[in-house]
Design a protein around this ligand. Structure first.
Ligand code: E4P
Length: 289
């Protein structure tokens, strides 16, 4: 599994790259905003162009940069600008296009899909972002997206909010337990007939978690041999990374703090402390030559 870092913070990108485990970077307008605010808080003036060029130089792997428009023609124009300005730096730019740029059901729904199709036909690689359902991922693959980004954390947040479960931002979502509870409650409602059973529904149209979303996307892509690479995105904790890795996802894009969570364990620290204390002089001698 490839590991991308989900940040626009150059310090984080450079540090993760120095660990030797980084395969790419994903940014979005909110992550860019956060990075710019951090620079401003430090009293640093930045040229956005130079900053993005430095991101591209800092990693030997794809860097996703997102368009800001919502209409198909705007997004194609912006994608070309981003690609022309930054791909020359390290030949690693991928253009992030929202799968659907609508703000409401009355808006145009297929602007993202059309932009993906057109950009890929020009040879500009795209990453279909803000994907919340397997059906959206199927359409992204049909349009020829190079990458698709199912948003695990946001799907989990949505389901938990609907059920009324309070949680911290990085809390693991125990969707398997919820599925079991649902099954039990449905059994109890069987005598009420179909409506009673259907009324017990803790998922989002059959999806109970971001991890299940990734599972379904993998199944669909494998069934038809789609080559679109799947990036598990909106990751909130190390256990989610483990679960998508067990599913064999192509890539996980992980926040800096979660990459750090992946390396840490209390018993490893405790063991390390004991090993350090137990080094005897005889053993120490070996390293003195
Ligand atoms: C994906 O590429 C996005 O940048 C990202 O994963 C969004 O994550 P969030 O839901 O934590 O904002």
């Amino acid at each position: 599994m490839k590991i991308f870092i989900d940040t626009a913070d150059l310090d984080e990108i450079k540090e993760a790259a120095s660990w030797g485990i980084l395969d790419g970077v994903t940014t979005n307008p909110s992550l860019i905003k956060k990075a710019v605010e951090k620079m401003k808080a430090r009293g640093k003036q930045i040229s956005m162009e130079d900053y993005i060029k430095e991101i591209c130089r800092s990693v030997d792997g794809p860097v996703s940069l997102e368009v800001k428009g919502r209409r198909y023609d705007e997004m194609v124009r912006e994608a070309k600008i981003l690609y022309e300005k930054f791909n020359g730096v390290n030949n690693n730019v991928v253009i992030k296009i929202p799968i659907n740029t609508a703000f409401s059901p009355d808006d145009e729904q297929f602007e993202g899909i059309k932009a993906i199709k057109e950009l890929e036909s020009f040879g500009i690689p795209t990453n279909a972002t803000l994907v919340m359902t397997p059906e959206q991922a199927l359409l992204a693959a049909k349009a020829g997206a190079s990458y698709v980004s199912p948003f695990l954390g946001r799907v989990d947040d949505f389901i938990r909010k609907n059920i009324g479960i309070k949680h911290g931002k990085m809390d693991y979502w125990d969707y398997e337990a919820i599925e079991l509870i649902e099954q039990e409650e449905r059994k109890k409602n069987i005598e009420k007939g179909y409506e009673g059973v259907a009324a017990i529904n803790y998922g989002d149209n059959g999806i109970y978690s971001g991890v299940e979303l990734v599972y379904d996307v993998i199944e669909i892509y494998e069934a038809y041999g789609y080559e679109t690479k799947i990036i598990a995105a909106s990751i909130r904790n190390a256990r989610q990374v483990r679960q998508v890795a067990m599913l064999g996802v192509d890539i996980a894009t992980i926040p800096f703090i979660v990459i750090k969570e992946m390396i840490s364990h209390y018993k490893t620290m405790e063991g390390m402390k004991k090993f350090s204390e137990d080094v005897v002089e005889e053993y120490e001698e070996i390293f003195k030559s």
